[in-house]
Ligand binder design. Structure first.
Ligand code: ADP
Ligand code: ASP
Ligand code: MG
Length: 813
């Protein structure tokens, strides 16, 4: 024989009950079917009774919704008119009783535990009544008659001796199909209605399977099986084919809601396997839980991850504990006497404190009774007051293959470290099937995601990107990512998940990834209003692992967010030059934060767009070389202008053309005043190992300062005045076969920028369009400097450089 249990969602609607009918009727051996209340009804009964107890007359409305729900289901699942009428009558009989009890609660404003237990029992009594008339030849039983409980602290626990005997008597002979309400029971001593705790129908089924030596216990629910993590939190969680009883027990005890924890113990003892199946997808094979330990298949080192977010850590400490025998005995005896359950314990070998985890609701009582227990030691100063830290979360990774496998704890804690999550306490027993740790509750989701990703999805890596600024560079970048994504996934196993996009006004956030086909429209219609500050909060608030903030703006306000972001373990890729050229202290702090946190702060495109200048200099220095001198043409805009001016194109027009071609900064004065080149030179000098500020750079400008005072409009009005002078200069140099270049130089830390003329023998002479060139002299590249040359401006090459920075971050895991 088999025992099948169908949970609330499996009997929640007309369609699902009809699936149950199909599944059960296809079985050709005796079967006991255990059912929960219709999905959500237990919660509703508890809410309604709480309202009634508070004299809230609206309870009546809730109650009538409960009546309607049941009557509607009966209407839908029982086609035969006569049977339907009879079931309706019996259901109404039960609902009338329930209505009277609720009315009583309403009138006397009192809801005892006993009354509450009676009220919730109607959920399973009604559902079993209904389903018993849907499945052919099903015989309805009343579990209150054979599941017997005794009280221990505030819990009803099963009296197995009596229960087993009653079950064997009740199901002898065993009908072809028996229908049993789950969850409910009665007290062995006084016959009052009790229950087995929330989710207890699983346990009812297990008790029946054990007492009657079933061949299998099947738990039918609304997912395809036991999954590697809670699918409501981790959407990449997948079904585990096989689990051992121990693994299943470890996972359920720790929050995997799919099986009510006490369920496993009885069947485990009798070696009856459990099968988890999906009522809504009966073809799926489900998860098979048995005594057999699965051989390591070379893939996942662990089986699953589970968590509970209701955690309080209690610490008993004091130097007077060291080496003293009996302190732990007294701690746990005191807790046990007060009915406080402890689910994790950690004591370091220094013995000066013992930390353990309890539910938040038990915390105050635990502190009180422990302070009382150790009152005299505290008075003498041998021990401190007991400390409680509430609102934490506990996570466990589970798997029998962890046994004797080195490196699992390393991988776990390494993953958490990279995600910037600090572990407050941890525990691993010598059975080595479970490593549990406690973290701040706000980090739970991030912890689960990063651990799941690192242990189960190692075949591909995910980077979660926030892209800020969707102008020319940001827009190009998103388009390049959109086009390249399939290849990256296929060839490199890298998934770039765009979880946030923002412009100066709005931000769009989606953990599952924003569709790049129409993000502009979505940002406009669904984006939230945002400022740099709220943007930062959104990014940090998402608490997402492997995250990268990509700044494609030119905004100092956005650059000012980096430190906060990096302290939240978010890497930063900046096309924005503000941060790297800001005061040295800030630049250094950002670089140090990145190093300390194990994340990246990359800004290759700050100089020479996509040209690999900063990376090359870093490689040189990392291999022991010293950068002595830099000479460079670093402004694509200025170079374009000098290459464009001629007899027919005066300076002012060339500036306009540089703007139109998208080379210039949004405000061209930043280029023409040399400010942009100064920033770039400062960044290069710093990356070359010198402490330089913008004010240290000597400058010889080619447009007098007066042109830069006043508004942008004034500038455009005045600049044509320079045209004649410039054309003369150009003509004169042309006669000498020379060309003008705006050059940045660094010599042992001394920096300067200015206009220079070069003849055709110099590498700077041939520098077409908006190209940049840099000559790097080092101890090794001395007589012949290293030269890097190419497009130094333009949205597509800059975006490609940002893209390359992003990809280099993917290698950090
Ligand atoms: P039922 O009403 O059938 O008893 P439950 O809601 O009690 O169903 O349990 C099934 C739910 O457990 C799933 O819908 C899923 O959201 C949740 N769950 C949490 N952790 C896991 C896990 N590791 N594997 C599968 N389901 C899980
Ligand atoms: N109906 C009960 C509950 O919701 C028991 C169960 O569904 O297993 O907790
Ligand atoms: Mg359940």
């Amino acid at each position: 024989m088999k025992v099948l249990k169908f949970g609330g969602t499996s009997v929640g609607t007309v369609e699902s009950i009809l699936s149950v009918k199909k599944i059960v009727e296809a079985i050709d051996e005796p079967v006991i079917v255990v059912v929960s209340a219709l999905g959500g009804i237990t919660d509703k009964l508890l809410q309604t009774s709480a309202m009634a107890a508070k004299s809230d007359v609206a309870y009546e409305k809730e109650f009538s919704a409960i009546i309607t729900r049941h009557l509607d289901v009966i209407e839908g699942v029982i086609p035969d008119l006569e049977t339907r009428r009879s079931v309706q009558r019996r259901a109404m009989g039960l609902l009338d009783e329930l209505g009277n009890i609720l009315r009583g609660v309403f009138l006397i404003n009192d809801l005892s535990a006993k009354t509450s237990d009676t009220i919730v029992s109607y959920g399973e009594r009604l559902s079993s009544l209904i389903v018993s008339h849907v499945i052919k030849d099903a015989q309805l039983f009343d579990s209150r008659k054979f599941i017997k409980t005794v009280k221990q602290f505030n819990k009803h626990i099963v009296d197995f001796e009596q229960t087993n005997q009653l079950i064997r008597e009740t199901f002898n002979p065993l009908p072809k199909v028996s229908l049993v309400p789950g969850f409910i029971s009665t007290s062995r001593d006084n016959g009052e209605i009790t229950n087995l705790g929330r989710g207890g129908s699983d346990y009812t089924a297990s008790i029946l399977a054990t007492a009657l030596d079933a061949s299998v216990l099947e738990i039918w629910t609304d997912v395809d099986g036991f999954m590697t993590a809670d699918p409501r939190v981790i959407n990449s969680a997948y079904v585990i084919d096989r689990l051992s009883f121990t693994e299943a027990m470890e996972l359920c005890n720790f929050g995997a809601k799919v099986i009510y924890p006490p369920t496993i113990y009885p069947v485990y003892h009798k070696n009856i396997p459990i099968l988890i199946r999906n009522t809504f997808n009966p073809e799926a094979p489900g998860t098979y839980i048995s005594r057999e330990k699965e051989k390591y298949d070379g893939k996942a080192l662990i089986k699953g991850i589970s968590s509970i977010n209701d955690t309080c850590l209690i610490t008993v400490q004091g130097l007077g504990m060291v080496g003293v025998i009996g302190v732990n005995y007294r701690i746990f005896k005191t807790l046990a006497k007060n009915g406080i359950s402890v689910f994790m314990v950690s004591q370091a070998s220094s013995e000066n404190n013992t930390t353990f985890a309890v539910r938040n609701a038990d915390a105050d009582l635990a502190v009180e009774v422990l302070n009382k227990e150790f009152a005299s030691e505290r008075a003498q100063g041998d021990m401190n007051d007991t400390v409680a830290e509430k609102d934490l979360a506990t996570v466990a990774i589970v798997g029998e293959n962890m046994k004797r496998t080195p490196g699992i704890a390393g991988k776990l804690f390494g993953t958490l470290g990279r995600a910037g999550i600090s572990v407050i306490a941890c525990a691993q027993g010598a059975s080595e099937t479970n490593i549990s740790f406690v973290i701040k509750r706000e980090y739970l989701r991030k912890a689960l995601n990063s651990i799941h990703d690192s242990f189960f999805l190692s075949e591909y890596k995910v980077l979660n990107l926030f892209v800020v600024g969707i102008g020319t560079v940001g827009g190009n970048l998103l388009e390049q990512i959109r086009l390249q994504q399939p290849k990256l996934m296929e060839q490199n196993g890298l998934k770039l998940n765009i979880v946030g996009i923002a412009n100066s006004k709005k931000v769009l956030i989606n953990r599952d990834g924003i569709n790049l086909d129409n993000y502009r429209e979505e940002l406009m219609t669904k984006g939230m209003d945002s400022t740099p500050d709220t943007l930062c909060e959104q990014v940090l608030g998402m608490n997402i692992f492997n995250s990268v903030f990509v700044d494609c703006t030119a905004s100092p306000d956005v650059a000012a967010l980096y430190a906060r972001l990096m302290n939240g373990n978010v890497s930063v890729v900046a096309a924005n030059k503000e941060a790297a050229s800001s005061p040295y202290e800030n630049y250094q702090l950002l670089k140090e934060t990145a190093r300390h946190r194990g994340i990246k702060f990359l800004f290759e495109t700050n100089v020479g767009a996509g040209l690999p200048i900063i990376n090359t200099m870093n490689d040189l220095r990392n291999s022991g070389d010293h950068i002595l001198k830099l000479e460079a043409v670093l402004s694509g805009t200025l170079n374009y202008i000098f290459n464009t001016i001629g007899p027919d194109i005066p300076l002012s027009q060339a500036i306009h053309m540089a703007m139109d071609a998208g080379y210039a900064e949004p405000d061209p004065r930043i280029d023409l005043s040399g400010k942009d080149v100064i920033r770039k030179l400062v960044i290069l000098a710093r990356e070359a190992g010198y402490r330089v500020e913008q004010a240290d750079v000597k400058k010889e400008l080619f447009i007098p300062d007066t042109y830069f005072q006043g508004s942008l409009e004034d500038f455009w009005k005045n600049i044509p005045k320079m045209d004649v002078e410039f054309e003369e200069k150009r003509k004169h140099l042309e006669g000498e076969n020379k060309r003008l270049r705006f050059v940045a130089k660094m010599d042992n830390g001394a920096c300067q920028v200015g206009l220079e003329a070069f003849d055709s023998h110099h590498p700077f002479y041939e520098l077409e369009g908006s190209n940049n060139i840099i000559m790097i002299s080092t101890e090794r590249y001395h007589d012949y400097p290293m030269i890097i040359k190419g497009y130094g401006a333009g949205a597509d090459v800059t975006a490609a450089g940002v893209f390359a920075d992003i990809i280099s971050i993917a290698n950090i895991r």
